[in-house]
Design a protein around this ligand. Structure first.
Ligand code: FAD
Length: 489
């Protein structure tokens, strides 16, 4: 008889783990508390508008491809996808803006036009970033379950050692002088959840992901990826249960025996949790928890976010699919997220309009608009505060893009810390897990396998490799491989 694996949650890491485990011959069931699958990447539709609720930047297409290839599929067979050109636009104060082309040679030209001599410097910088990408993403990521420091040590990483002793902020500032160019090169590491001056320079491989591999968009949004993974899992025989909250993990003689789902006990042989790590540990008696409240309180968390999903009754000008509003101080805003957590005085923000690329994601002649303001975790989240920031960013958007927007709002939904906690059991309302700082990298992250409870495993953005959709997909594969090696089928 097949061994039974239960998976808590249906985020990308859980979907990935489910697909691999079913392929390896396990009997897999996924339990999701919400009424739809995909975790933070859920989608909602309203009045003809389609919104991805979380991820919107489709980077590192090779990681998605590698996943699909493992199931003898290609992404193009599963969903239509387009490389965006420009990839994104960045707004600065004094009505300046920079658009990042999908062609790296054009990006080099853009740099050269803004700062003389920076084109050649960028070429050299990207050569190193590409080399780091080949090493980190193409090779090591899949071989590092985070058990030991030894996973990090090989001939190639030793040569890269100095890049772990400096940070992205220092590296970029030492090469480029212009503040706009510096901010563009520091932006990609924000996906890793930490400040550029707290992120090792080795992570400049994210710049290769940005300029070298480009920004892509599936036709119906990120949810196309969720749907494709769900269909692969179902083909492999995975069973899915929504509206199924796991209330308790039951342990017998130091080993997982069962879970209690909507107050009903169900037995399993292995348990993987893709839900937030701290929440999962709280589903067990305190003696089985590996990490204390103190441990979680002292981690560097990725930011939370204040989000607005807005329908707009006209087409907007001067905006692209992805737009970054960097017209205020990056340093001050980072300080308000990480060093002195507080509501930011004048935050940077991000605006996404998928209807610029795929018009069917909004009613004809309309625009679907998603605004994201990064904020610290655990702040006091009230309707009044949300409204204050909505008005603040809308004013800036109207001024910098030179148009009226407020008068054309069809509908608006906000989403913030309280929702992250209620919907995902997210620690502190974090949006994308634990940051990838030097001290929270690889073997220094919470473990994929419990040290205290046999047959209990973890996946997702709080474990290895880290935050973001591609790492979540990799983490599902890593945990499935550990179980495959340990579970005699
Ligand atoms: C606003 C936002 C923007 C982002 N932008 C990007 C981006 O542009 N590009 C990118 O690559 N990444 C982005 N990310 C990050 C990315 O979405 C996440 O890293 C990834 O989706 C996390 O997947 P996961 O499997 O770790 O967990 P999650 O998606 O968090 O899934 C965990 C699941 O567990 C469920 N759960 C929790 N508790 C229980 C319980 N007791 N019982 C049953 N189920 C439970 C939750 O409901 C949830 O469905 C973004 C995230 C957010 C929030």
């Amino acid at each position: 008889m097949k061994k039974k694996v239960f998976i808590i949650g249906s985020g990308f890491s859980s979907l990935s783990a489910a697909c691999y485990l079913a392929k390896y011959g396990f009997d897999v069931s996924v339990f999701e508390k919400n009424d739809s699958f995909g975790g933070r990447a859920r989608q909602f539709k309203m009045n003809g508008y389609t919104f991805d609720m979380g991820p919107s930047w489709y980077w590192m297409p090779d990681v998605f491809e590698r996943f699909f290839n493992d199931f003898n599929k290609k992404s193009v067979e599963l969903y239509k996808i387009k490389k965006l050109d420009p990839g994104y636009k960045v707004f600065y104060k004094n009505n300046q803006s920079v658009s990042i082309s999908s062609d790296v040679n054009k990006i080099i030209e853009t740099f050269e036009n803004i700062e003389k001599g920076s084109g050649d410097k960028l070429k050299k910088f990207l050569k190193e970033a590409k080399d780091n990408y080949e090493l980190a993403v193409k090779d090591m990521l899949y071989k590092m379950p985070g058990f030991s420091i030894l996973e990090l040590i090989n001939f190639r990483t030793i040569l890269k050692f100095k890049l772990f002793l400096t940070n992205i902020n220092k590296q970029v500032n030492s090469i480029f002088k212009n503040e706009m160019l510096r901010s563009i090169l520091k932006f990609p590491v924000l996906f890793l959840g930490a400040k550029p001056n707290n992120t090792p320079a080795f992570y400049n491989f994210m710049n290769y992901a940005d300029f070298g591999l480009g920004t892509w968009q599936p036709k119906n949004g990120f949810y196309d990826v969720v749907k494709s993974m769900l269909s692969i899992a179902e083909e492999q025989g995975v069973k899915f249960y929504k509206n199924s909250t796991v209330n308790k993990i039951n342990i017998d003689c130091g080993q997982v025996k069962s879970i209690t789902v909507n107050n009903k006990e169900l037995n399993c042989d292995f348990l993987v949790s893709g839900a937030d790590y701290a929440h999962t540990e709280n589903l067990m008696d305190i003696k089985y928890r590996q990490y204390s409240d103190n441990y979680w309180n002292n981690r560097v968390w990725s930011p939370s976010s204040l989000l607005f999903y807005i329908g707009i009754k006209k087409r907007l000008k001067n905006l692209n699919h992805h737009n970054l509003f960097f017209d205020t101080s990056f340093e001050k805003h980072s300080d308000e997220i990480y060093t002195h957590p507080s509501w930011p005085e004048n935050p940077l923000f991000y605006v996404n309009l998928t209807s610029k690329t795929f018009e069917h994601t909004a009613p004809k002649g309309h625009e679907n608009c998603f605004i994201l303001i990064p904020i610290a975790t655990n702040l006091k989240d009230t309707e009044d505060t949300r409204e204050k920031y909505f008005n603040m960013v809308l004013d800036r958007m109207e001024n910098l893009t030179n148009q009226k927007i407020r008068d054309y709002i069809d509908f608006k939904r906000s989403y913030c810390i309280k929702d992250f906690k209620d919907d995902y059991n997210s620690f502190g309302g974090n949006a994308y897990g634990l940051a990838n700082t030097l001290l929270q990298t690889a073997f220094l992250r919470p473990k994929l396998k419990s040290k205290k409870v046999k047959k209990l495993y973890f996946s997702g953005q709080l474990t290895v490799p880290g935050p973001g959709v591609p790492p979540a997909i990799v983490s599902g594969k890593l945990v499935a491989n550990i179980i495959k090696n340990e579970g005699i089928i």
